[in-house]
Design a protein around this ligand. Structure first.
Ligand SMILES: [Zn+2]
Length: 507
């Protein structure tokens, strides 16, 4: 679920922003895209290099089959059409981290086109007349188009710190040169910073489910640039755009967009003109700064890469790749809602990662009441993990443990209060539920009828007003009495038994 930023909204509603996103994702192949060098992150600088990725004269690139399959799988998951033939092209520019003087990319014939990502409909554009659809779980969504997905090689990295004379010199690490990338370009159809945030969240989730990348933003496996312009509301023609580069979290991208939209409106309203340029976001100041004027496509002098054949992904190969497609988050959510009777919100939380969803399903299948398993994960497990700052993977209570505890509550063997106490002990002792349950000597909740009846008498005597209401026909008051009895018994009573005894007493 999205949370809105506290940042000021665009002052003037006379303007509407238009946002497009370019996302680079490193593929998890063992070797680089055009040579057999390792892609391992964190190796000593300039150790994973060879004449091909260093761009030595005469060295010839050989395309990595796995990179093509990963890129195709990702593009299919993003609902793209795969082009049977795509062409590698040289994108020419000079930069210290690019020893060849050109990057092998794809230009007018990319691997895939015409995809989309569905994002939840944002509250802020209710007034817009854009077409909306409903997804399989009935959530109102908007489709954001994906123009293209293409394959390319990564460049090296400039190092500005971490070595003795770093204040005077910049060092170059070429280990990253030639690591396979896909670039995912959206249509300029994103209407708000919140929508951009949602798009990126969904994109990352889908890519993670396919397993073709770890999408680790700190290590640069997922990087995002945003194009943003504003125009008078209702105008067809696009305004001049600025590109915001090198923002390293989705939250910062949302903040950078909020700032940049307000800046552009201010410039225009003051009678100024927006220049096409690349801007950097300073997250500690919350502002964007001009870096350089933006290159136009023709500045790169793209031409077909003469050392590589056209890439052909025929129907047979496509079908083989399609066979490796896992169930994607959207479909999985819909199925969880259907199969386990849980809410859309529960399904969202439980499908946040593929591994969590897998664990949940295994546990829910084994439990008597899957809905209770979902409730316990959300109500009892997630909160405790959050308080500890831990991920579900570090939970002392496994999904099997959650299922076991759910069954005990279901059968009335333990109360909700006892379950909470046992969960606390699991976190204290860093042990799974069944182990702690045994250690605590399988605590029994009070099913001693005569003791309970005594408590009930006390509670009823102490609350004559509520008793009157109940007898006057307000049957829901039973809940009040159950709660009081549970309180007096310090949560040790069996609620089902309390309920039965109370009804007998009150009638
Ligand atoms: Zn190499």
């Amino acid at each position: 679920m999205s949370t809105s930023t506290d940042a000021p909204v665009v002052a003037s509603t006379a303007y509407e922003p238009v946002i497009g996103l370019e996302v680079h994702v490193q593929l998890l192949t063992a070797s680089k895209i055009f040579c057999s060098c390792s892609t391992r992150f964190g190796a000593p600088p300039n150790t994973n290099v060879c004449p091909v990725c260093l761009g030595m004269p005469g060295a010839l690139p050989v395309l990595n089959r796995q990179a093509v399959e990963f890129a195709t799988l990702a593009a299919m998951a993003l609902n793209c059409r795969i082009n049977q033939t795509s062409i590698f092209a040289r994108k020419n520019y000079f930069y210290p981290d690019l020893p060849k003087g050109y990057q092998i990319s794809q230009y007018d014939k990319p691997l895939a086109e015409h995809g989309y990502i569905e994002v939840p409909k944002s509250k802020t554009d209710d007034q817009n007349q854009e077409p909306r659809t409903e997804n399989r779980t009935g959530l109102r969504t908007k489709k954001i188009g994906i123009t293209r997905v293409h394959l390319e090689e990564d460049a090296g990295k400039s190092l500005h710190e971490g070595f003795p004379d770093a204040d005077e010199k910049t060092a170059i690490d070429l280990n990253r040169t030639g690591v396979p990338l896909i670039e995912i370009v959206s249509e300029p159809e994103i209407a708000t910073p919140d929508e951009a945030y949602e798009y990126l969240t969904r994109l990352k989730e889908i890519i993670l489910y396919t397993g073709v990348s770890d999408c680790n933003m700190e290590e640069g496996s997922l990087r995002c640039d945003a194009n943003v312009s504003v125009r008078p509301r209702g105008q067809k023609e696009l305004g001049t755009k600025a590109e915001i580069k090198n923002v390293n979290s989705f939250r910062f991208i949302r903040e950078a967009l909020v700032y940049e939209i307000a800046r552009q409106v201010e410039v225009i309203e003051a009678g100024g003109k927006i220049v096409q340029e690349t801007r950097l976001y300073n997250s500690s100041e919350g502002k964007t700064y001009s870096m350089r004027s933006k290159e136009q496509a023709h500045d790169y002098r793209y031409f077909p890469e003469p050392d590589l054949l056209p890439l052909v992904v025929d129907e047979k190969w496509k079908a083989e790749i399609m066979k490796t497609m896992p169930e994607l988050p959207e479909a999985r959510r819909a199925r969880l809602v259907m199969d386990y009777g849980i809410t859309e919100y529960d399904a969202q939380v439980l499908t946040a990662s593929k591994s969590l969803a897998d664990q949940f399903e295994a546990a829910a299948k084994a439990a008597k009441n899957p809905k209770r398993v979902a409730n316990l994960v959300q109500g009892e497990l997630m909160g405790r993990l959050k308080a500890r700052g831990a991920e579900i993977e570090q939970s002392p209570i496994s999904m099997k443990g959650v299922a076991a505890s759910a069954d005990l509550v279901e059968s009335g063997a333990i109360s909700g209060k006892m379950l909470k106490d046992l969960y606390d002990l699991c976190f204290e002792r860093n042990k799974d539920f069944p182990e702690v349950y045994e250690e605590e000597g399988r605590p029994q909740q009070s099913s001693d009828t005569s003791a309970l009846e005594k408590i009930i008498d006390e509670v009823v005597a102490a609350n004559p007003k509520q008793l009157e209401q109940y007898r006057a026909g307000k049957k829901t008051m039973i809940g009040f009495f159950v709660g009081q009895v549970m309180k007096v018994s310090k949560g040790q009573a069996n609620p089902q038994l309390v309920n039965e005894l109370l009804i007998k007493k009150l009638e």
